[in-house]
Write a protein that binds this ligand. Structure first.
Ligand code: MEV
Length: 317
């Protein structure tokens, strides 16, 4: 490979509107891409060792700390697949806070895979991309459903069921969301394990996971008919079930309460929880702005106000 040749890749964050945790067990989830929160990666052929430069680490890939084990495995797999033998330097620039339920690890993995394939001038089919992201996600999260990887790599709101091709959810009217991060990161691997233990106690057919599954199933027609007051009510119900799974911290609960006190249509935890972020459905643009301010005053450390439209755009690179 020519020295100094550069490959670039991007991916973005996501918010789960409905169905987190239950999606691990085959129930559906609705997830929306957050293209305004991005990861950009540069892969450059260089001399010396394989090199990694990101927020948490700068140094030889070989000596990267254990937390970056998944990323290291993905890079090694990717380099083998593109038959790259020369050393590579990888620089990761991410706006997605890690541990906040916004799909940071899947987005980083997707952007790295895209940068490696771009460097090699090789096409990267979506299936191969998802396989590579799964290599990294399996180390980071244990048994990921795949919803993060799908949403981080495309621009469509998705109806996702584990093991099936995702479907695009039609969005007839713009959806005004506010996504707010608490001050405490969560660990998806830990909360997924904790939920698994609880689920075994409840058995199947009853309990919060099954109820989240039913509420999410009801949300699809609500979204497709633009019935956002009903969608909001379903989000509030899902939040209660997530609280019953003990993945909602008091800080996230405080943000949800603040949004609902100010008449948001819906508000709930988004992602794995144990800290992390929440998502709010607002009535319109004006209320979206107000709720963003409310959440900042209630202690959110970062706030985004995405407007989700049925873009119909396909995967970006
Ligand atoms: C994480 O963003 C969502 C979870 O449902 C885990 C998964 O789907 O892999 C908690």
């Amino acid at each position: 490979m020519i020295q100094g040749k550069t490959g670039r890749g991007t991916a973005h964050g996501k918010a789960i509107l409905m169905g987190e945790h239950a999606v691990v067990y085959g129930f559906p989830a609705v997830a929306v891409p957050l293209p305004e929160i991005k990861v950009s990666v540069e892969a450059v052929s260089r001399e010396g060792d394989d090199w990694l430069d990101c927020t948490y680490y700068r140094g030889s890939l070989q000596n990267a700390p254990g937390e970056l084990g998944g990323l290291r495995l993905l890079i090694e797999d990717g380099l083998a697949q593109i038959k790259c033998r020369g050393p590579i330097g990888i620089t990761i620039q991410s706006d997605i806070p890690s541990g906040y339920g916004l799909g940071s690890s899947a987005a980083v993995a997707a952007a790295v895979a895209r940068a490696l394939y771009h460097l090699a001038g090789a096409p990267l089919p979506q299936e191969t991309l998802l396989d590579l992201v799964a290599v990294c996600e399996t180390v980071c999260h244990g048994a990921p459903s795949g919803v993060d990887a799908q949403t981080a790599t495309g621009l469509d709101p998705l109806w996702f069921v584990r093991g099936r091709s995702p479907e695009i959810v039609a969005i007839p009217n713009p959806m005004y969301l506010v996504v707010a991060a608490s001050s405490q990161p969560g660990n998806t691997r830990d909360t997924v394990q904790q939920v698994r233990a609880l689920k075994e106690r409840w058995g199947s057919g009853t309990g919060p996971i099954d109820r989240i599954g039913a509420l999410t199933a009801a949300s699809r027609p609500a979204i497709e008919h633009g019935d956002y007051p009903y969608l909001g009510a379903l989000m509030i119900e899902v939040h209660r079930e997530l609280a019953a799974l003990d993945v909602v911290t008091s800080e996230v609960e405080k943000l949800v309460t603040a949004a609902l006190r100010h008449e948001a249509l819906g508000a709930k935890l988004t992602g794995g929880g144990g800290g992390g972020s929440m998502v709010v459905l607002a009535k319109d643009r004006q209320q979206q702005r107000q709720l963003a301010d409310v959440l900042r005053s209630a202690g959110a450390t970062r706030v985004w106000a995405p407007i989700v439209r049925g873009t119909g755009l396909s995967a970006v690179n």
